[in-house]
Design a protein around this ligand. Structure first.
Ligand SMILES: *Cc1c(COP(=O)(O)O)cnc(C)c1O
Length: 473
């Protein structure tokens, strides 16, 4: 077994575990995040990999980090690719000064489908092997919930409970979740905010006897399988743009919330993909942009924006990056995270050039920038950017590099955020048949108070047969 198939906790408090345990546990039991013991160097594979299709490339990359049988993995990836409406899965298109990597051709029209379609197949396989079952609990402000439901609906051995803030997700996002009527899907609309949903999620995962009794699992981006599957499109897009432009190095602009997507880019760079820079873009919720400019990570207040999936102040995946940034020193990491929990801030020393990390550039796309960028790309390039993607494109334009083409990750289809598109362009320009047809479908959803005990009781009642404990990270 390769060392990259063994997983360690960032907090160093649990023994190394295998891929299967890492995926089923989500979070390590010491509260840390699971990371591969080593990161493979693939530089001598790049020329060969550049010739592969998306699906072939996914198999090559995932097999370095997992011990799944090759035929099984190939089968899973073939099914994932078939769920995307574009034959390239994640096509790259030149638009004005940038290349747009379209990650929104999956069932729910957001990039989270790339990972969650795979996670559905992966969970089913792992559970069928062990005879276990899993109750997935998720909190969503919109995109995660629908992508997770689309990936897990109708699967045996699995139930999914998704909490969203009642009346505070967009009507489209709400319908994408509540029109799914499969018996294993439970939508919970909590009378509270997204923060309440996250607080309840954390409380239930911290209740280890409850977690074990009901075999609770996680699908948010702390799950290593999500990060892993997202590494693939960095390679895929870089190869396509290298071929189209003749350039060797590329850079990526990534609209960021929980630091999951951009972390996958960081792994791709560490594996040897020639990435000159990762351009991290946030909206007004700019804790990460501030960190990469100053070394200071300081919690702020969440403000609602046109890019709601990035309205996050504490990025759940940041801990993985921070672990490497402090020299893979779990004791130092624990100290920083403890300080952050207590005081809402932490900091790292800058390098001799006053930088946090030479691989990263960072910037903010505020609401006015987002609207102006959507309008400009629509008028000049006849291309509609969703508001999240527009944040990334706005920041990318300030970091263009003549020697390294810029690839902007397009994380959602504009039709998911049609109100913002209308505001930017003055036209009802963004539609998608998949969303239009949801309007008349029946829905199912349970409204609950934003109270941990109420959610705990609902899960206990609907989790079905007691699960075999799965979470042993
Ligand atoms: C989730 C999401 C993001 C942020 O991704 P992270 O991995 O949390 O950084 C950006 N855009 C859209 C449309 C999303 O759904």
């Amino acid at each position: 077994m390769l060392d990259s198939m063994r997983y360690l906790s960032t907090r160093g408090g649990v023994p190394a575990t295998g891929f299967r345990e890492a995926v089923l546990a989500g979070l390590a039991r010491d509260g840390g995040l699971l990371i591969p013991a080593t990161i493979p160097d693939v530089r001598d594979q790049l020329d060969r990999w550049a010739q592969l299709s998306y699906g072939e490339l996914a198999v090559e990359i995932i097999r370095l980090y997992s011990d799944l049988p090759e035929t099984e993995l190939t089968e899973q990836i073939t099914r994932v690719c078939a769920a995307f409406r574009d034959p390239e899965v994640t096509p790259v298109k030149p638009v004005g000064p940038v290349h747009v990597l379209e990650l929104f051709h999956g069932p729910t029209l957001a990039f989270k489908d790339v990972a969650l379609q795979w996670l559905g197949h992966l969970f089913s396989y792992l559970l069928a092997q062990s005879g276990g079952r899993l109750n997935i609990l998720a909190a969503t402000s919109g995109d995660t919930g629908s992508a997770a439901i689309a990936g897990l609906r109708g699967r045996p051995h699995l139930r999914i409970f998704v909490m969203h803030p009642h009346g505070r997700v967009s009507p489209t996002q709400e319908r994408q979740m509540t029109t799914v009527l499969d018996a294993n899907v439970h939508n919970l609309a909590l009378d509270g905010s997204f923060d309440d949903c996250q607080r309840i999620l954390k409380a239930l995962f911290a209740d280890l006897p409850f977690k074990d009794r009901h075999a609770l699992g996680a699908v948010n981006s702390v799950n290593w399988a999500r990060v892993l599957s997202q590494i693939v499109y960095y390679f895929y897009a870089a190869f396509r743009v290298q071929r189209a432009t003749g350039a060797r190095a590329v850079q990526f602009a990534v609209p960021t919330g929980n630091f999951g997507d951009v972390l996958a880019g960081w792994y791709a760079a560490r594996m040897g993909l020639p990435i000159r820079r990762l351009i991290l873009a946030t909206n007004e919720n700019d804790i990460l942009a501030r960190f990469f400019r100053t070394g200071d990570y300081r919690r702020g207040k969440v403000v609602p924006t046109l890019s709601p999936s990035m309205d996050i102040q504490v990025a759940s995946n940041f801990e993985r990056y921070l672990f490497y940034r402090v020299g893979s020193d779990a004791a130092q990491l624990r100290k920083l995270m403890k300080g952050f929990d207590a005081h809402g801030r932490l900091s790292v020393p800058l390098d001799e050039h006053g930088r946090v990390d030479e691989l990263f550039a960072a910037g903010v796309g505020a609401t006015a920038d987002t609207l102006a960028t959507i309008r400009r790309y629509f008028e000049r390039h006849d291309y509609l950017l969703d508001p999240h993607t527009a944040v990334g494109v706005h920041v990318a334009e300030q970091h263009l590099d003549p020697g390294a083409p810029t690839i902007c990750l397009a994380t959602a289809h504009p039709a998911k955020f049609s109100a913002a598109i209308r505001q930017a362009t003055g036209r009802d320009a963004a539609h998608h048949p998949l969303l239009d047809q949801l309007a008349d479908l029946p829905t199912r959803c349970t409204v609950l108070p934003a109270d941990t005990d109420a959610v705990r009781a609902f899960i206990a009642q609907h989790a079905g047969v007691e699960g075999k404990p799965q979470a042993r990270g």
